[in-house]
Write a protein that binds this ligand. Structure first.
Ligand SMILES: Cc1cc2nc3c(=O)[nH]c(=O)nc-3n(C[C@H](O)[C@H](O)[C@H](O)COP(=O)(O)OP(=O)(O)OC[C@H]3O[C@@H](n4cnc5c(N)ncnc54)[C@H](O)[C@@H]3O)c2cc1C
Length: 325
């Protein structure tokens, strides 16, 4: 039995899928006696509490404040640390998103406890967490558990656990709480959004990535068209980013973003170890590469050893037909 606190993540009035994954994992374990609590922070976000209940939260702690309109590590950690004092959770879970990986180490350091980050599997055994996380750039995984007392903290890679089905008959008790946020030293004045309407590579269920072989920025249009048919994001290798074909926010890999989509289509990417570190936990990997010996084929579920400039437009047309019927 464990008391689990999930830190919900929302942006622009929408909860992130990764929050539902965490609630699902805790709720499934809850059938063996765990309690699932969620913390929802923001400004004008009360309507989202119901949805957290549908995904398995039994209690939602709602903290609304103008200082929480935009994320800051300082405000978030002040709220989380205050709630922990009274709730005394055994386990605290957050997504391994840019925000989760920012505030969770701060919480762990403040409590002087350990943090298992970027986990791809999560289980509860006797009320204790058992986690799996990649090491050595994804070449191996280790199973970790916590020693000693104190809350067990973990961040979980988005898309790693899968989103459970919402159950509208389930609901949470919502408790509005006030936490003093005066005297904060940081304040976000404005968020300037990127121009792209496509999802971020870390959140998309489908990622179509391209490498150096695309030859220029314009040629990425064919990948964008395929991604749009599939409702996916466009990613890139570091070589493509360094050459200026794509912005750094699209880079997948060790020094870019780590993705775990349902479908990853690598177009003209050799499969260097640093690239694999960012995508090898994708559920299905399709590689399109003219070189049948390219290392990407060692991790690919499906391979097309042919010219991407011929194959990608064909794939787009075929997926379009499937969608139309
Ligand atoms: C410290 C460090 C960190 C790094 N971090 C990252 C990282 O985060 N992400 C990352 O991606 N890399 C990273 N790298 C770089 C990495 O080692 C590789 O250099 C890079 O991934 C190669 O990119 P690429 O596959 O696009 O290019 P290449 O290795 O040049 O491969 C191009 C591939 O395209 C194929 N090809 C060519 N033409 C076609 C065509 N018409 N149709 C189909 N296939 C074709 C070729 O057969 C080849 O396999 C890092 C390197 C270091 C040292």
């Amino acid at each position: 039995m464990a008391k689990v606190l999930v830190i919900a993540e929302q942006r622009d009035g929408k909860l992130k899928k990764s929050t539902f994954e965490l609630l699902g994992a805790s709720f499934q374990a809850g059938q063996a006696g765990n309690e699932t609590h969620a913390l929802l922070l923001g400004d004008g976000v009360a309507d989202l509490a119901k949805e957290l209940g549908n995904y398995g939260a039994q209690k939602v702690y709602l903290v609304q404040n103008a200082a929480l309109k935009y994320y800051t590590a300082e405000a978030y950690s002040r709220v989380i640390l205050e709630l922990i004092k009274t709730l005394k959770p055994d386990v605290i879970l957050a997504s391994h998103s840019p925000t989760g990986r920012d505030f969770m180490p701060k919480i762990a350091a403040s409590l002087n406890v350990g943090l298992a980050s970027d986990c791809t599997k999560l289980a509860f055994e006797g009320g204790k967490l058992k986690l799996r996380r990649p090491v050595y750039a994804g070449k191996a995984t280790v199973e970790v558990e916590f020693l000693g007392s104190g809350p067990e903290l973990a961040t979980v890679r988005p898309n790693a656990l899968g989103v459970p089905k919402a159950d509208p008959s389930k609901s949470a008790e919502v408790l509005s709480i006030n936490i003093d946020l005066s005297g904060l030293k940081t304040k976000v004045l404005e968020v300037v959004k990127g121009a792209s309407a496509r999802p971020d590579v870390t959140e998309a269920s489908v990622v179509v990535s391209g490498g150096r072989s695309l030859k220029n920025a314009e040629n990425f249009k064919i990948l964008e068209e395929l991604a749009d048919v599939l409702g996916g994001a466009v990613g890139a290798s570091r070589a493509a980013v360094d050459a200026g074909y794509r912005p750094h926010r699209d880079q997948v890999g060790q020094t870019g973003k780590v993705v775990s989509p349902q479908l990853y289509i690598a177009c003209g990417i050799s499969g260097a170890i640093q690239h694999l570190a960012g995508m090898r936990t994708s559920k299905i990997i399709v590689a399109i590469n003219t070189d049948p010996e390219a290392p990407i084929y060692q991790v690919a579920d499906y391979g097309i050893a042919s010219d991407l400039f011929t194959i990608v437009p064909l794939l787009k047309e075929e997926f379009k037909k499937i969608k139309e019927h």
